[in-house]
Structures are given as structure tokens and as C-alpha cells.
Design a protein around this ligand. Structure first.
Ligand code: 0X9
Ligand code: ZN
Length: 420
């Protein structure tokens, strides 16, 4: 009998998929706008739960807090905002945005820049880049993810022996933030091209080494691509002490002020479970490995996430104070933003991560505080489509973001001339 029920359940699940109805079809995106500081403060008391997913916080007045809610929680959240006079905009049947996109990306049969590629296609592409460009490109197999996928670091250097300052970029710590690995791969493709054929324009690359880890959390990434029902997955896929709940938030798992704020100790929390202890997650340890082994030479670390067009610097664990160097951090990120604007993009909102919302255990704070990397950031790319940024728009925004990175890199080169 139980077997029959499972079979029936599976058939029903497949039918719903075929007809484009996933579990998020009944969910609502509620975009809440705070109009005054009291409302902004109250909004901060809204907390994540299984069915209330705060996808983005407000950074200030008139900046939306985006909350994805199940049907049972909808009126609770809507009333919370309306009763306090905040702006409320609802997008019904939110899941309808996933079906087409998930089906589309699963049809890709080979790697292409400016596309949401699978982990496998990304891995194959990295291998062929290394094979075809031995002088400039080196791969380092850092180890395996929880489910056994190889986590690869690519090193791009026009002159490896020069021991140049390193720019270390990672992406894909959060599974559903697909735009992040797409940007990391775009950077890789551009840099390899520039190394192969240096021109007057790309010459600056010669004084830097680039270490890029495009998919920090491949298990989560693949899970979020596997089915529209899993599209909103964020964490890793490791076992926890609650048998029915998997995964920890990679960006709450670093050993600096671990669990202090903005994180959950409940393994069933869908978003921000801290993990059993700091660095409990293999994937987090692999990022640490890159920082540990190169900490003297890494001068700039950027962790790419999405979304909201924010450029964030330490501290993330608190909003109460800033590092002494914050003005330098702010200035460099502003240069990035200005270059992106010059290339036709939108400005980034530059601030400390804690000003957006305090959350401890992030890679940016760890890189700066523990590994002593002089510039450490979280970059939240894309705006307007939450985590479902249309693949067809990547070709517009990624080149704009890349322009920002070039300007930042030139500054790093200037500040740290051959300091390795
Ligand atoms: O919450 C996060 O981990 C990041 N935002 S996201 O929407 N991509 O999940 C922001 C992290 C900022 N840094 C720290 N809080 N340390
Ligand atoms: Zn993220």
C-alpha cells in the first residue's frame, strides 16, 4: 500500500511538473517598502522561517524588502506591513517564473559564456581552457564537495613567476544565485582572452594573478537546477543532526564571530543555518584553503552573490561600527560602481554589509579579520528579477560589471606593486 502511494505521489509530481505547476506556484512575492526610519527598524524584526523567505532586505528608505511566502503565511506578512503603513506589492503565483527558466537551462548541451551552465559543463570548460592555454591557465583541484563533486580553482596569470598580487574571486556559495557563477565564468573567459592576446587595453592584467573559484557550492547549485521545486535552494547539501533537514548556509559557516547574529542554529532553517560548528562544511573549508595558502599575496577578495546591486565591505557581523579602513573600502567599491555606470549599467549601493543587515560568519569578514586580506567584499549583482535574472539579459549586465572589476584591479596593482 505504502509503495502504491509513493508511486501515485511520484506520478502526480511529474504531471504537475509537465503542466508547469511547481511547489512555488501558490507562493507570493511580497515587496515591502519602508517609508520612514521607524518602519525600516520594524522591518528588521521580520525573521526567516521555513515558509517565509526574506530574499532581500531593505538597505534604507524606499528600498524594498522582498519576502517569498507560502499561502498560509501570506496574510500574516502582508498585514504586518500594511498595518504599519508600509508599501506593499504582491506578485502572485511566483513559481510560474521558474518553470520556463529551469526547463530552458536544462536544455543547454554545451558550455557557453553568458549562459547558466551546469556544473559539469563548467568543469569541462575549465579543463579545456587549461589544456589550450598552458602558459596562462592552471587548475587546482581543491577537494570534493559533500556529495563528491570536484571543487576547482582556476589560476590565470600572464607571468606566473612574477609572484604578483593575487585577486581572489569566488562565486556560487549560495545555490540559487545563478548569476554569480555566470559572472565568475564570464570573468574567466575574458581574462583568458586578454592573457592570450594582450593589447594596450588589457596590459594591466600582466601585473596581477587571478584566482577564481566559480562554483563554491556545486551540490547546492546542481540541486537548485534539478527541478523548479528546488529552485530556491540556498545552502549546502550536507547531513545535519535533524535527519529530515539538509544543508548549512556557507556564508554563515566561517570562523569569525560565528553565529553571533543574523543566523539560525536550527538545521531546518531554510536560509541561514550556521552549521554544526564553524567550518563544518567542506565547501567552506575549501575556500579557507585558498585563503590560507595565499594569504600574504591575496590583496583583494570578492565573493560574488546576487541580488540587489550592492557592493558590501566589512563588517558584516555588526552595523554598530566599521573597520578603521572603511573609507578605503568604500572608495574602491565606488570606483567599481562608477565604471559600471560608465559602461551603461546601474550604480551599485556601496556600504558595510552590516548596514544592509548584520549577519555573522561570512567569508568577507573572515578574509579581512582572520586572513588579513586588505580588501574583502561581497558583491551582490543583478537587480529586478530576484534570483531569476533572465539568462537573455546576462550579455547586457556582465560586461558592465566586468568594466568595474578592471578599474578595481588597476587600483590594486597600483597600491601593491609586486608585493608578493
Ligand atoms: O546574507 C548573505 O550571505 C549575503 N546576501 S545574500 O542575499 N547573497 O545571501 C550578504 C553577505 C554580506 N556579508 C556579511 N554579512 N558578512
Ligand atoms: Zn548570497
Amino acid at each position: 500500500m505504502a509503495k502504491l502511494l509513493v508511486i501515485l505521489f511520484n506520478i502526480l509530481g511529474r504531471l504537475l511538473q509537465v503542466y508547469g505547476i511547481n511547489k512555488y506556484n501558490d507562493y507570493t512575492l511580497i515587496q515591502i517598502t519602508p517609508y520612514d526610519n521607524k518602519q525600516l527598524k520594524t522591518l528588521m524584526t521580520l525573521t526567516d522561517s521555513d515558509d517565509v523567505d526574506i530574499m532581500k532586505h531593505s538597505h534604507g528608505l524606499n528600498d524594498t524588502t522582498d519576502v517569498l511566502v507560502s499561502p498560509k503565511d501570506r496574510s500574516k506578512v502582508e498585514n504586518f506591513a500594511k498595518l504599519r503603513g508600509m508599501g506593499v506589492r504582491c506578485v502572485n503565483h511566483y513559481g510560474r517564473y521558474f518553470d520556463k527558466e529551469v526547463a530552458l537551462i536544462r536544455q543547454h548541451d554545451k558550455y557557453q559564456s553568458l549562459q547558466y551552465n551546469s556544473y559539469q559543463d563548467i568543469s569541462n570548460h575549465l579543463k579545456s581552457l587549461a589544456k589550450e592555454n598552458r602558459r596562462y591557465v592552471q587548475l587546482q583541484n581543491l577537494g570534493r564537495s559533500y556529495e563528491g563533486r570536484v571543487v576547482t580553482l582556476i589560476k590565470i596569470s600572464a607571468n606566473r613567476r612574477a609572484r604578483n598580487p593575487i585577486i581572489f574571486i569566488d562565486a556560487g556559495a549560495h545555490a540559487r544565485e545563478w548569476a554569480a557563477p555566470a559572472f565568475a565564468m564570464y570573468i574567466i573567459d575574458q581574462l583568458v582572452m586578454a592573457a592570450k592576446k594582450p593589447t594596450y587595453e588589457t596590459e594591466w592584467l600582466l601585473g596581477l594573478d587571478w584566482y577564481i573559484l566559480p562554483v563554491v557550492n556545486p551540490d547546492g547549485y546542481e540541486y537548485s537546477r534539478s527541478d523548479p521545486d528546488n529552485r530556491m535552494w540556498r545552502k549546502s547539501r550536507s547531513k545535519t543532526w535533524r535527519e529530515e533537514c539538509l544543508g548549512a548556509d556557507i556564508n554563515r559557516n566561517y570562523d569569525f564571530m560565528w553565529g553571533y547574529r543574523g543566523a539560525s542554529f536550527d538545521p531546518c532553517n531554510f536560509q541561514t543555518y550556521v552549521g554544526e560548528k564553524a567550518f563544518s562544511e567542506r565547501e567552506t573549508r575549501l575556500v579557507r584553503k585558498v585563503m590560507n595558502s595565499n594569504s600574504k599575496r591575496i590583496k583583494l577578495y570578492i565573493s560574488i552573490h546576487s541580488y540587489g546591486d550592492y557592493f558590501l565591505y566589512p563588517w558584516g557581523f555588526t552595523s554598530s561600527y566599521f573597520p578603521d579602513e572603511w573609507e578605503k573600502f568604500h572608495r574602491l567599491a565606488q570606483l567599481y560602481s562608477m565604471a559600471a555606470v560608465k559602461a551603461g549599467g546601474r550604480p551599485f549601493r556601496v556600504m558595510s554589509a552590516g548596514q544592509l543587515y548584520p549577519a555573522a560568519g561570512g567569508s568577507d569578514d573572515y578574509a579581512f579579520a582572520v586572513e588579513k586580506i586588505p580588501y574583502a567584499y561581497t558583491l551582490e549583482i543583478t537587480n529586478g528579477y530576484q534570483f531569476n535574472f533572465p539568462e537573455g539579459l546576462l550579455h547586457t549586465v556582465l560586461p558592465q560589471y566586468y568594466e568595474g572589476l578592471k578599474v578595481m584591479a588597476e587600483e590594486i596593482k597600483r597600491e601593491f606593486p609586486n608585493s608578493g
